[in-house]
Ligand binder design. Structure first.
Ligand code: SAM
Ligand code: SF4
Length: 332
């Protein structure tokens, strides 16, 4: 079958598909959603397991997607997750499959996920102190995350990556401690700048902990040097720690955008294609899918959705407007 790459008007080609499997979550991270949670998507709006797999199939077989990352909300709360992974793996075993998760319940499912064809996990963990973890996530579940990480590692879902967001006055002084904890366990830590994607619109550029500040904090405790491996389209700038081989990453999504090298495209849990996290428009694939569209027709719509992708997120532009949906509903 002829593959038509998902190329946009600036020549960027999307090969990395982020699939949100649900907007629901069992944590309430303060930079993501309010304490009471959100009005979750009605079940009938959400793609069924078969619909998700069909759309991933279109992306892989017709549009050149080579990496699929399952996310949310919290993808582990989606009942059909293991089956969706298995069916996605069957479409093309050469496609890399990963999961971005808060790791609650991962201890129970890591082995089944690995057996179904999942390659790697990225676990979000902002603090290894119980009180700070509970303050940020509003749930006392640090031990579940730690167990989940260990289970993922034991199941071969490595190298296990840990994503952390630093919040001023809450955990920004804990960056070296978190790095030491990850190094001791062989996990690869990456710090991500907080982005204006929270449901409460509480983000502020002036209080955001920048990648530069994060590096300064780490350098007070470790010797960092730029890692030699080429960055390519990967958003993390990697540094060797104390001479290597261990590394730490910083993702300066806001202060040093990497939009020019972006290779991502997103599918929401209700079947909307988003060509950018910060896009203000979406393209509906669920309606045509449910109305009997062919795979060729869905591929054509997907190509049309990617073509007008903006050159950058424009957070620093005075005209910047946060997208209507928060990160948890888009898929982080
Ligand atoms: N629930 C899963 C998790 O937390 O890993 C997957 C979804 S979550 C939205 C994906 C990632 O987005 C997490 O690493 C989380 O820390 C990050 N995130 C959420 N809100 C963010 C924000 N406002 N700025 C930067 N990262 C954010
Ligand atoms: Fe849930 Fe992930 Fe948002 Fe935290 S960051 S509330 S774990 S979706």
């Amino acid at each position: 079958m002829q593959v038509l790459p998902l190329v946009d008007r600036f020549g960027r080609v999307a090969t990395d598909l982020r699939v949100s499997l649900t907007d629901r979550c069992n944590l309430r991270c303060s930079y993501c959603m309010p304490p009471e949670g959100l009005d979750w998507m009605p079940n009938e709006d959400q793609l069924t397991d078969d619909e998700v797999v069909r759309l991933i199939g279109v992306a892989v077989t017709r549009l050149g997607v080579r990496e699929v990352r399952f996310t949310g909300g919290e993808p582990l709360v989606r009942r059909g997750l293991v089956d969706i992974v298995r069916q996605t793996h069957a479409i093309d075993p050469g496609v890399e499959l990963s999961l971005t998760t808060n790791a609650l319940g991962l201890a129970r499912t890591a082995e089944a996920l690995a057996e179904a064809g999942l390659d790697r996990v990225n676990v979000s963990l902002d603090s290894v102190r119980e009180d700070t973890f509970t303050t940020i996530t509003r749930r006392d579940r640090l031990h579940d995350v730690i167990d989940g990480l260990a289970a993922a590692d034991a199941a071969g879902l490595g190298p296990v990556k840990v994503n952390a967001v630093l919040l001023r006055g809450i955990n920004d002084d804990q960056a070296p401690e978190l790095l030491r904890w990850c190094l001791d366990r062989g996990y690869q830590l990456r710090f991500i700048e907080q982005m204006p994607l929270d449901a409460q619109h509480g983000w502020s550029r002036s209080t955001m902990v920048t990648a530069e500040e994060t590096l300064e904090r780490l350098e007070a405790a470790f010797t960092l040097a730029p890692a030699k491996e080429p960055r390519g389209s990967a958003p993390a700038e990697l540094f060797t720690v104390d001479g290597g081989p261990a590394t730490v990453g910083v993702i300066a999504s806001v202060s040093r955008p990497f939009c020019g090298d972006c290779d991502r495209v997103r599918l929401t849990a209700d079947g909307q294609v988003r060509n950018c996290l910060f896009a203000r428009t979406e393209s509906d694939l669920r309606s045509p899918l449910r109305a009997g569209a062919t795979d060729a027709d869905l591929a054509e719509r997907w190509l049309a959705a990617v073509r007008p992708k903006a050159p950058g997120h424009g957070i620093d532009d005075p005209t910047f407007l946060q997208p209507d949906r928060p990160m948890s509903a888009i898929g982080g």
